[in-house]
Design a protein around this ligand. Structure first.
Ligand SMILES: Nc1ncnc2c1ncn2[C@@H]1O[C@H](COP(=O)(O)OP(=O)(O)OP(=O)(O)O)[C@@H](O)[C@H]1O
Ligand SMILES: Cc1ncc(COP(=O)(O)O)c(N)n1
Length: 263
C-alpha cells in the first residue's frame, strides 16, 4: 500500500483542502494521512472564517506521521500562518521526506486570501526549494515569476523563471486562461504541454487541490513527474466532466463516480 500525506487546510464543505485531498488519494488506492494547517469555515459561496493551527501543533502532527507511517509522497496545500511554511519545511527536511508536491494556494476560487504576506515569503523561501514540483495556477505563477501570463508562451517563460529561482519542477495550470485549460510543465530542462478541452462547468471548487493530490498519489506509485501529471490531469478532467451540481455557489467535483478507471 502506497502512502500519501496531505498538509493543508480543512474545508468543512468538503470540496477543497484536506477533504478533496483525502478523496483523491483514496480514489488512487493509496493510504491517505493529513496534517491540518488551518480550519476554514467555508462553503461553495465563500470563506467565512479561518482558525490557524499553532506552529507547535503542526510540528506535533508531522512528528506523529513521520515517526510511524512514512509517506511515499507529500502534497502541500493551504499554509496559512506566518511561520507555518518554515515549521513544515524544517520537519520535512529532518525526516528526509520525498516526492513533495506544493500547490502554492494563495486565494480561494471565491476570492478569499488563504495565506498571509509573511506566510507567502516563507513558502517561497523554505517550501518551494525542497519541493519536487510546484503547481501554481496562472495568478499564482504571475506572482511567483513577476511576469504577466496571457498564453502558453507566457506560461513557458513563467515556469522557467520559477524553476530557476526555486530549483523545483513547475506545472503552470491553465484553468484561469480565457480560451483553454492547457497545463504546462517545466521539468528537467524540458517543456511538456497537457492539452485539454475546456469543460463548460462553473463547479470547479477544489480542482487545484485535486490535481496536486492526484500527482502526489501517482508519484507515490512510482511514476515520473511528466507521467504523474498526465495521469492526474486525466483524473481531474473526468471529475470536472461529471458535472456534479451541489451548493449555491461554485460547487465541488465528483470523485467516486469514476471508481473503476483509476486503479
Ligand atoms: N473548465 C475546465 N475545463 C477543463 N479543465 C479545467 C477547467 N477548469 C480547470 N481545469 C483544470 O483543472 C486543473 C486545475 O486548474 P486551475 O487553474 O483551476 O487551478 P486552481 O486555480 O489552483 O484550482 P482551484 O479552483 O482549486 O483554486 C488544471 O488541470 C486545469 O486545466
Ligand atoms: C482549505 C482550502 N484549501 C484550498 C482552497 C483553494 O481551493 P479553491 O480555489 O477551489 O477554492 C480552499 N478554498 N480551501
Amino acid at each position: 500500500m502506497k502512502t500519501v500525506l496531505t498538509i493543508a487546510g480543512s474545508d468543512c464543505s468538503g470540496g477543497a483542502g484536506i477533504q478533496a485531498d483525502i478523496k483523491t488519494i483514496t480514489m488512487h488506492y493509496c493510504y491517505a494521512m493529513s496534517v491540518i494547517t488551518a480550519l476554514t469555515a467555508q462553503n461553495t459561496t465563500g470563506v467565512y472564517g479561518i482558525e490557524q493551527t499553532s506552529d507547535e501543533f503542526i510540528a506535533n502532527q508531522l512528528d506523529c506521521v513521520f515517526t510511524d507511517i512514512f509517506p511515499d509522497a507529500v502534497k502541500i496545500g493551504m499554509v496559512y500562518g506566518n511561520n507555518s511554511a518554515k515549521v513544515i519545511a524544517d520537519k520535512l527536511s529532518f525526516y528526509k521526506a520525498k516526492n513533495i508536491v506544493t500547490d502554492p494556494v494563495m486565494v480561494s476560487t471565491s476570492g478569499s486570501r488563504l495565506i498571509s504576506e509573511q506566510g507567502l515569503e516563507n513558502l517561497k523561501k523554505y517550501l518551494l526549494p525542497i519541493s519536487a514540483l510546484a503547481t501554481p495556477n496562472v495568478p499564482e505563477a504571475e506572482i511567483l515569476s513577476g511576469i504577466n501570463i496571457k498564453n502558453l508562451q507566457d506560461m513557458q517563460n513563467a515556469a522557467k523563471i520559477i524553476s530557476d529561482k526555486y530549483g523545483c519542477a513547475v506545472l503552470c495550470k491553465g484553468g484561469h486562461l480565457e480560451d483553454c485549460s492547457d497545463d504546462l510543465l517545466y521539468f528537467d530542462g524540458e517543456f511538456y504541454t497537457y492539452p485539454s478541452v475546456r469543460i463548460d462547468n462553473p463547479n470547479t471548487h477544489g480542482t487545484g487541490c485535486t490535481l496536486s493530490s492526484a500527482i502526489a498519489s501517482n508519484l507515490a506509485k512510482g511514476f515520473e513527474i511528466p507521467q504523474a501529471v498526465e495521469n492526474a490531469k486525466a483524473y481531474v478532467t473526468r471529475a470536472i466532466g461529471v458535472k456534479l451540481d451541489l451548493g449555491k455557489g461554485r460547487g465541488p467535483l465528483m470523485h467516486n463516480y469514476i471508481l473503476q478507471n483509476f486503479k
